[in-house]
Each structure stands twice: as structure tokens, then as C-alpha cells.
Design a protein around this ligand. Structure first.
Ligand code: C2E
Ligand code: CA
Ligand code: CA
Length: 416
């Protein structure tokens, strides 16, 4: 390519993750040719995460192999996505193009990962350059970058004001039994009723709230509304529903928050057994001993506990067995499109086996098609949640939805 104008990556930091020393040397050589700045190297995903977490400057690109001992490329991709540790990612693989397909589909659901694409080994200079041009390249050989699809995060001041004005509210998404199509429960998902911008999803505010003292008040305000809705539904004659609520990492580790939370539930008259707290593996791991203690307390009081986003963490199986969960929710990266992509069945099957062997309910998230529903049912999954059943909806809509969709759900459960 013509080097008279600098490319967008010239002089930027890059991390190469590859277990083979020879391959790694080869990739480093290619990146030097492309005039990257500092080139960091790691032998597997764990080492990569350590480097990224302790680095002071952001990394422009992670170029990772897929098959590695220790933490492999799929797990690393999940971690990078969750923790937003790099601006851009390229995944390379020697073998199976179908494996690369998983990575690509994980990325199209989530713009935060900035996946530029995947490459088969041996990596050639030209396709690598083409992918790099997608990273907002300003070099003259590059097409203009696609605009970022990540919504802008509100500032903490805006969020504090919104909280004071009661602008957050829960929407609810049904969880349905796969055996008979019955509504078993709902997940409460936060929404921001913004006075000017309309209804906003958590993508606009959750990341900003994470790690701040506001998060406790935010969760408690949401739970207060959830409890009121549960009492309303009971009065309207709905069958008993469990309601799941998402807790953040700091919620889970904070003893005084847990005290306030449980006091609030006790005062409401709602039975603890009709509430499920959803936590992710990353939240549990962040402050393991406090999290374990608090989870134990919540279970003792009779609350349900769900492991959320199962499958995208890095030591899922071992961690899961140590924690007193009552429910396992399989991340939609492994559910969505599972019928089309047989190589995801393995992950699904092992997650479902694990749930069954530990005697906890299994929930598939992100069920969007009838094919996925059938596959999951055949694999023995207990419950499904996803757009096929319903999008999250306001509390008032739930009764109408139940009436209207009862027959459709029963037919779905009975379908061949
Ligand atoms: P999550 O807990 O994994 O929630 C499921 C997300 O998947 C929801 O996004 C839901 O709308 C979406 N979803 C459900 N079915 C489908 C489907 O079939 N296809 C697709 N593509 N997506 C589906 P939402 O409501 O935007 O929430 C995003 C995340 O924000 C949640 O992920 C959760 O981590 C966080 N969040 C939401 N409400 C709260 C809250 O009250 N507290 C905390 N700490 N986090 C929350
Ligand atoms: Ca959840
Ligand atoms: Ca989830």
C-alpha cells in the first residue's frame, strides 16, 4: 500500500495473542511492516487479560489466535467484550471456519467488541490490511469507517437527576416453560423514561452506574417498583409469577445493600421465594468472598439466585458448582441461531447437562426462532426467554399478553 499518508493504526499499540512462538513471531513481523507502534505479546488469553488490565494506555488492536491452551480465543473474546479492554479485535484460526463463525455472530450482536473480522492462517498482509481499514481508517486506501452503534452514555449528574425524578422503571420479559408453554416468571429490565429522548435501554446508563454509589439506590428504586407490580398482578388474579431482578457486582458485594434490599422485600409482603436475583459470573468473581457470603444469606432467606450470561465467563463450570444458584441462564450468544450452527450445540448441551446434574432450572436467553425453540426443547432445556415469546414490555401489558398469547405458546410447546 501507499505509505505516504499515515494509516489510522500507525504508531498505535497492539497485542498479539498466540501460543506458538513461531506463529507469534510471524504476526509481529507483519504488524511491524504495517508500522504499528508498541507490539505486546501473550501466549494465551489469561496472559493477555493480565497485560490489558495492568496496562495504562489503551490498546488499539488485539490480534488473537482461536485455539490456545489455557484461555482460548472464544473465552478471551467474551472477556474483552464484557470488560471493553480493546478498541478492535481480529481473530485468526488455523482450522475450522465454523469456529470463526461463532466469533462473528457474537460480535454482530454487540458493537462494543469492535470485531474487525476473522482470518484464516497463514495470515496474509493484504486481507489483514483490509480488516484494519474497517477500524475507522483515515489512510487514503481506506473506506470511511461505519459510525459507532454504541449509544452515548449519560453522565453521572444526569443519572442522579433522573433517579431523583423517578425516571427509571422496569419493563418485564416473560420466561416460559418449554414443556407446556406456560408463563413461569418475568425478568425485570430497567428502562429510562427520558423527558426529551423517550424510552432508553440500559445501554445508555448501566455502564455509567456500575461502580458508583448511585447503583445501590438505582437498584433499590427499581426493586420497589417491581414489588408494587407483583402486588398489583396478584390483585388482578394472575397466577403466581417469579420475578427476576439483575444485581450489579457492587450490589452483590455490599453487605449494607443486601440488608436494605431484604428489608424492603420483607416490608412489602412479597414472598422471597417469588424473587430471583440474577448475577453474572464476573460480578461474583470481582469480590469472591463477599459475593459468596451474600449469596449464601440470600439463599437462606429463600430467594432464588440465577447465574446470568452463562457460557461467556472463563471458569464457568467450576464457579457455578461452588455457588448456591437455583437457576442457570445460558447466554444468548450460544442460543441465538443455535439451530443453524451445530457447533454451538456442544456448548448448549454441556450447559444443560451441568444444570441438570446440579438440579437447577435451566433458562435459554435470546430465543428468537421456532427452530431454536425446538432444538432447546429437544435438548431438555426447562425455560425459554426471548423475542420469539415476547420483547420486554411495560407491566400493564402483561395481562393482555398472557391472554392473547396463551394459545400460541401452548401450540409452540406441542409442536413437532
Ligand atoms: P441481561 O440481563 O442479559 O438481559 C437480557 C437482555 O437481552 C435484555 O436487554 C433483553 O431485552 C435482551 N433480549 C431478550 N430477548 C432477546 C432476544 O431474543 N434477542 C435479543 N437480541 N435480545 C434479547 P436489555 O433490556 O437492553 O438489557 C441489557 C442488559 O442491561 C441486561 O442484560 C443487564 O445486564 C443490564 N440490566 C438491565 N436492567 C438492569 C438492572 O435493573 N440492573 C442491572 N444491574 N443491570 C440491568
Ligand atoms: Ca439478566
Ligand atoms: Ca443474560
Amino acid at each position: 500500500m501507499d505509505h505516504s499518508a499515515p494509516s489510522s493504526w500507525t504508531g498505535r499499540r497492539v497485542l498479539v495473542v498466540e501460543d506458538s512462538v513461531v506463529q507469534r513471531g510471524y504476526l509481529v513481523g507483519l504488524l511491524r511492516q504495517l508500522e504499528f507502534g508498541e507490539i505486546l505479546e501473550a501466549g494465551d488469553g489469561n496472559e493477555a487479560l493480565q497485560i490489558l488490565e495492568h496496562g495504562t494506555e489503551p490498546v488499539f488492536l488485539v490480534l488473537t489466535d482461536l485455539e490456545m491452551p489455557g484461555m482460548d480465543g472464544i473465552e478471551l473474546t467474551c472477556q474483552l467484550r464484557e470488560r471493553r479492554l480493546t478498541e478492535n479485535l481480529i481473530v485468526v484460526s488455523a482450522r475450522d471456519p465454523r469456529l470463526l463463525e461463532i466469533i462473528e455472530s457474537m460480535a454482530c450482536e454487540d458493537a462494543s467488541i469492535g470485531l474487525l473480522g476473522t482470518l484464516l492462517k497463514p495470515v496474509q498482509l493484504e486481507p489483514l490490511t483490509q480488516l484494519l481499514c474497517k477500524a475507522g481508517g483515515r489512510g487514503k486506501d481506506c473506506a470511511p469507517a461505519a459510525p459507532s452503534t454504541l449509544p452515548p452514555q449519560a453522565t453521572l449528574e444526569e443519572l442522579a437527576r433522573a433517579l431523583a425524578n423517578n425516571e427509571f422503571l422496569p419493563h418485564f420479559q416473560p420466561k416460559v416453560a418449554m414443556a407446556n408453554g406456560q408463563l413461569k416468571g418475568v425478568e425485570a429490565l430497567a428502562r429510562w423514561q427520558h423527558p426529551q429522548r423517550g424510552l432508553l435501554s440500559p445501554a445508555h446508563f448501566i455502564d455509567t452506574l456500575e461502580g458508583t454509589p448511585l447503583m445501590a439506590d438505582f437498584t433499590l428504586a427499581l426493586v420497589q417498583q417491581v414489588l408494587q407490580r407483583m402486588l398489583d398482578w396478584r390483585q388482578a388474579g394472575l397466577p403466581p409469577l417469579t420475578v427476576s431482578v439483575n444485581l450489579s457486582a457492587e450490589n452483590l458485594a455490599d453487605r449494607s445493600f443486601i440488608d436494605r434490599l431484604t428489608a424492603q422485600v420483607m416490608a412489602s409482603g412479597v414472598a422471597p421465594s417469588s424473587l430471583v436475583w440474577e448475577v453474572t459470573e464476573t460480578s461474583v468473581m470481582r469480590q469472591l468472598s463477599q459475593a459468596l457470603t451474600n449469596m449464601g444469606r440470600l439463599r437462606l432467606m429463600g430467594f432464588g439466585l440465577a447465574m446470568d450470561d452463562f457460557g461467556i465467563g472463563y471458569s464457568s463450570m467450576q464457579q457455578f458448582a461452588r455457588c448456591p444458584f437455583t437457576e442457570l441462564k445460558i447466554d444468548r450468544a450460544f442460543v441465538n441461531g443455535a439451530a443453524q450452527w451445530p457447533n454451538r450445540h456442544m456448548v448448549l448441551k454441556s450447559a444443560l447437562d451441568l444444570g441438570q446434574s446440579l438440579g437447577v432450572a435451566t433458562v435459554a436467553e435470546g430465543v428468537e426462532t421456532e427452530e431454536d425453540w425446538k432444538l432447546l426443547r429437544d435438548l431438555g432445556c426447562d425455560m425459554a426467554q426471548g423475542y420469539l415469546l415476547s420483547r420486554p414490555m411495560p407491566a400493564e401489558a402483561l395481562v393482555g399478553w398472557m391472554r392473547q398469547d396463551r394459545r400460541r405458546l401452548r401450540a409452540l410447546a406441542g409442536s413437532e
